[in-house]
Design a protein around this ligand. Sequence first.
Ligand code: A3P
Length: 326
Amino acid sequence: TYNTENKVIHDYNNLILSLPRENGCETEYMYFFHGFWCPSYLIQSVNTFQNKFHAKDNDIVVASMPKSGTTWLKGLAYAIVNRQHFTSLENNNHPLLLFNPHELVPLFEVNLYGGKDILLPQIDVSNMIEPRLFGTHIPFLSLPKSVKESSCKIIYICRNPFDTFVSYWNYINKVRSKKSLTELTLEESFERYCKGICLFGPFWDNMLGYLKESIERPHKVLFLKYEDLKEDVNFHIKRIAEFVGFPFTQEEENNGVVENIIKLCSFESMKESKGNQSETVSTIYEKKFFFRKGEIGDWVNYFSPSMIERLSKVIEEKLSGSNLSF
Ligand code: A3P
């Protein structure tokens, strides 16, 4: 029997077959779709997201390449925006101590429109309390029109590609191991990373798309670096709060609210919190996978001299001309 659902599946299968394909990282294959690489299960969800989602002017979106500090920034954004509900940020009931930031700030393409095929909890967008906080790894140009054109705010975080790659490689192998897939070698993954073939990559296109927008529309996109946040998180939390329209009052600063948020979202606190201990985000994506070392410069333990040279060249070639450097 031929019904609408079969037709949709058939159309998607045809679309998928027509796309450029490479070996995947946490799935068998990855496809080049809308200017970025993603597993087949995301193709339908990205389409649904583009067709169905309507941004509200007070929405806040945390955007990033995977492994750039998304979990941290989601935590910070959530803590900043919701701080009036939690007067004492030191109590043990703060949602950030009981849940993983990915449960509090859902990814559009995974937790909202991922469908039942993705083994992750789905969130009903109509039940969300405002201002709604979302996450995404999709490049700016591929976001739905309403996200790009409404007054909703986007905070983008990027990270030194050397550390991002090391974090990514460790992460995908943990996921692969849960799926009983063989480990990807460092060399193989690195080769593909340098060609731009990684989840939501090429990384340079993803970064440059948001960077351009942050320059042209500074009230729309705030562009951050993981390294800068590490260096002076106090300064950047205040910038973020101001950007999303929730600036700290002098009284709050005097009362240590900023410091409490820093503590609440610190690597150690998040990693050790009750919310990140026992439970898993799903059977495949364990919460603890999101917390490894949280350091700058761990790449020196992984890179050979030729790898350093290769990635430096890629960065030079792809990012020169922008004012982005690492
Ligand atoms: P490492 O693998 O280098 O340790 P994402 O959140 O985008 O998936 O990125 C994960 C990276 O951010 C991991 O890097 C992880 O350890 C680090 N991270 C997670 N929470 C953090 C926090 N609260 N502060 C700093 N880094 C954090």
